[in-house]
Design a protein around this ligand. Structure first.
Ligand SMILES: C[S@@+](CC[C@H](N)C(=O)[O-])C[C@H]1O[C@@H](n2cnc3c(N)ncnc32)[C@H](O)[C@@H]1O
Length: 337
């Protein structure tokens, strides 16, 4: 380190939850959706959002200072980013993940120390019997919030996979654990010659079908209900798994990789993507934190490096593998059978 040490970074990180919760509360109250109709003066905005006078000015100005609102005179408006990504009425809305972060992850992360000492999940399944997805899916509102949040966190990588993967060499794909179906949708939109399947638990069907209808790909992208613990993965030239392997312990990860291998034809491709940790485990902070999030959320899940995943793929029989960066913290690991 150059120069004298300063406490700045320590203090910034130690209080980073202030910034985080300020943004999450703004999303919760629909500040950016409200302002997508146009800039508003302070009193009108305060009234519309139902803010008490005491914190209102500090809250809105903190959002200005964080770069999420613009202020001119006494009027507040969205920035280009919040206008595009945090207005609930636009298809580019990514706030689903922030809504879930606000309702679920924020309170659960208060118990990180306990998770680190016990190795046990700290979410709804804490001390209970039901598994994560059974528990999430028992409540229709929570199910929808969870599936939409997946679109929010995955959309950028989904669009990149749709563009950079050599799709012209293939005709069919199956997205395993497809959630709302955004990956399947983006692939189909960018590659009109392809037909695809979204494979997920049966409860997901209506939410997937609503999304693929709305995005206009329903004629080429179908839903296949199933449980990957009990059934084989539907056959296709390319099998994709986004944010699936990190949910599970090592034996389950290997079982899923083997199922993908078994279903593919010779020459078929297996695409695994999520916040793949750098091999030196030093720089992809988001991937490392995502792995801590799996500690909080699941009994055995963890994130992993590209080298880890390539090794498991080789063990399952894939003849070649490669790791490619996608966008932000996300990379994909591709295995060819
Ligand atoms: C973390 S989400 C990932 C969603 C999406 N692939 C993405 O990257 O945004 C995990 C998905 O796996 C699905 N899933 C969980 N258990 C499953 C099972 N036993 N069989 C099939 N799908 C399952 C969930 O319903 C959920 O949609």
């Amino acid at each position: 380190m150059q120069g004298h040490p300063t406490p700045e970074k320590i203090l910034q990180t130690g209080t980073a939850f202030w910034a985080s919760k300020t943004l999450l509360s703004a999303v919760e109250m629909g500040v950016f959706t409200e302002l997508a109709r146009g800039p508003e003066k302070f009193e009108a905005l305060r009234g519309r959002l139902g803010l008490h006078v005491r914190g209102a000015r500090d809250f809105l100005d903190a959002l200005v200072s964080l770069g999420f609102l613009a202020r001119e005179g006494d009027s507040y408006g969205n920035t280009p980013e919040t206008e595009l990504f945090l207005d609930k009425n636009k298809p580019s809305y990514i706030g689903g993940i922030l809504e879930m972060a606000n309702h679920r992850l924020y309170p659960f992360w208060a118990h990180l120390t306990e998770a680190l000492k016990t190795g046990a999940p700290q979410n709804e399944i804490k001390g209970g019997e039901a598994a994560l997805f059974e528990n999430l899916y028992a409540d229709p509102d929570r199910l929808k919030e969870f599936l939409r949040s997946m679109t929010g966190i995955s959309h950028g990588a989904n669009m990149t996979i749709a563009r950079v993967f050599p799709w012209k060499d293939y005709n069919t794909f199956v997205d395993v654990g497809t959630a709302q179906g955004d990956l399947a949708t983006q692939i189909a939109l960018a590659n009109p010659h392809l037909r695809g399947t979204g494979f997920d638990l049966p409860q997901v069907a209506p939410i997937f079908e609503e999304y693929t209808k709305a995005t206009g790909v329903a004629a080429r992208v179908a839903f296949a209900p199933g449980d990957f613990f009990k059934e084989p993965i539907p056959k296709a030239d390319v099998v994709l798994m986004g944010h699936i392997l990190h949910d599970w312990d090592l034996p389950t990860k290997k079982m899923l990789i083997k199922k993908a291998f078994d279903t593919l034809p010779s020459g078929g491709a297996f695409v695994v993507y999520e916040a793949i940790i750098d091999d030196a485990r030093r720089t992809n902070t988001f991937g490392l934190m995502m792995s801590l999030n799996m500690l909080i959320e699941t009994p055995g899940g963890f994130d992993y490096t590209g080298a880890d995943c390539a090794g498991w793929m080789k063990e399952a029989g894939f003849s070649s593998t490669r790791v490619e960066h996608l966008v932000g913290p996300d990379s994909m690991v591709v295995g060819i059978k």
